[in-house]
Ligand binder design. Structure first.
Ligand SMILES: [Zn+2]
Length: 99
């Protein structure tokens, strides 16, 4: 085991989920783990929902966050701020990393 890293947990660049464990990471075409996307969004080098829009992703994520006890308005406000910065949804603009 390497030392636990408090910072630097990879965030899924599609849904924004922190991938604290390797088994949450998606896989590329060779079946290797990728730190870019989670297992729910990305498998074998392809998005599981290639037609999903950012709005639909926000709906989906908000549902999970509300299930975990978050206020829906708060969940949506977090998603509105975080999703556009993710690689999948950013339109090539330089993404500002705050961490
Ligand atoms: Zn994801």
């Amino acid at each position: 085991m390497t030392a636990s890293r408090e910072i630097g947990i990879p965030i899924c660049q599609s849904c924004g989920m922190p991938m604290a464990e390797a088994e949450l990471q998606g896989t590329d075409r060779e079946g290797s783990k990728t730190e870019e996307y989670c297992v729910y969004c990305y498998e074998s080098g392809e998005f599981k929902q290639p037609e999903t829009t950012m709005e639909e992703m926000a709906d989906l994520c908000a549902g999970y966050m509300v299930e975990e006890g978050m206020d829906e308005a708060e969940a949506r406000s977090i998603l509105a701020n975080s999703l556009p910065r993710l690689k999948r949804w950013s339109t090539g603009a330089e993404v500002q990393k705050s961490l």
